[in-house]
Design a protein around this ligand. Structure first.
Ligand SMILES: [Zn+2]
Length: 100
């Protein structure tokens, strides 16, 4: 078995860790994958387009409460960037200090 080949999440198209069956974007609101984005954008680590991709991938896992129009927009973003690696910036102590 070749563990170097990353599999893609069938819902959002992100690369999955080879040792996990659970997509890293499959999170509830309390641990949303977007929590560290604003600090990362303020520091110039993350562009707005990259943030939109993170939001869109998360929306594929948590579509409840989103309007049809928003969902279609997010789905288009996800399909356009299908399989593309996206660096993430979790809300870490390190990231929190960046906002101060
Ligand atoms: Zn996913």
């Amino acid at each position: 078995m070749n563990t170097c080949i990353a599999s893609l999440c069938p819902l959002c198209g992100s690369t999955m860790a080879s040792d996990s069956d659970i997509c890293d974007y499959d999170k509830d609101a309390e641990s949303a994958p977007t929590l560290g984005d604003y600090a990362a954008m303020n520091s110039g680590l993350l562009t707005h387009d990259e943030h939109v991709l993170i939001v869109a991938r998360w929306a594929m896992h948590r579509p409840a409460g989103l309007g049809q129009k928003s969902l279609q927009k997010f789905k288009a973003v996800v399909l356009e960037k299908w399989g593309q690696f996206q660096q993430r910036y979790p809300l870490s102590a390190e990231n929190k200090t960046l906002t101060r």
